[in-house]
Design a protein around this ligand. Structure first.
Ligand code: NI
Length: 173
């Protein structure tokens, strides 16, 4: 994998609040986007990243995230749909596009995501706990929804006030 880290978009950028377009071309440009998203995720030390977070309004996300048993899950999903089930779980959540703060948020305990991979082949990814939270968070991004959009307005304001830009978040020369 030889991706190049791209600048992470921050809340307020319209690309983050716009539903992503479905991918229809499974070409080299898409493969490069995915490599670059993994590179960006590594620099950011995040667990998931959606294409709008690198300024691309396409329905793609990548993840590198421990599952409910602590096992590392790594992959990408294109044009995802999600089904959730299981008891709701309340945990802290954060987002690279809302840099700095975390806030607790209720998410379903189990999630199944179906979509395609970069070759257009159907894939299914499922998980519990923290990984289920990640899958829900990333599919939300592709609908133009940030985790703070699920919070009451006063809580959302507080999170926004606590934001601090990441010092690494500059365009890579
Ligand atoms: Ni996020």
């Amino acid at each position: 994998m030889t991706g190049r880290a791209r600048k992470i978009t921050v809340v307020g950028d319209p690309v983050l609040s716009t539903p992503a377009r479905q991918v229809t071309s499974f070409d080299d440009e898409l493969a490069t986007l995915i490599d670059d998203m993994f590179a960006s995720l590594a620099v950011a030390e995040g667990v998931g990243l959606a294409a709008p977070q690198v300024g691309v309004g396409l329905a793609v996300f990548v993840y590198d995230c421990p599952d409910g048993t602590g096992k590392r899950q790594v992959g990408h999903v294109i044009n995802p749909t999600i089904e959730t089930s299981g008891a709701p779980e309340l945990h802290d959540e954060g987002c690279l596009s809302v840099p700095g703060p975390y806030h607790e948020l209720e998410r379903a305990g189990h999630a199944v995501v179906r979509g395609v991979d970069k070759t257009g082949a159907p894939i299914e990814v499922s998980g519990d706990g923290f990984f289920a939270r990640c899958l829900q968070h990333e599919t939300d991004h592709l609908r133009g929804v940030l985790y703070i959009d699920h919070l009451p307005r006063n809580r959302r304001r507080r999170v926004l006030r606590e934001m601090e830009p990441f010092e690494w978040n500059a365009p890579v020369p």
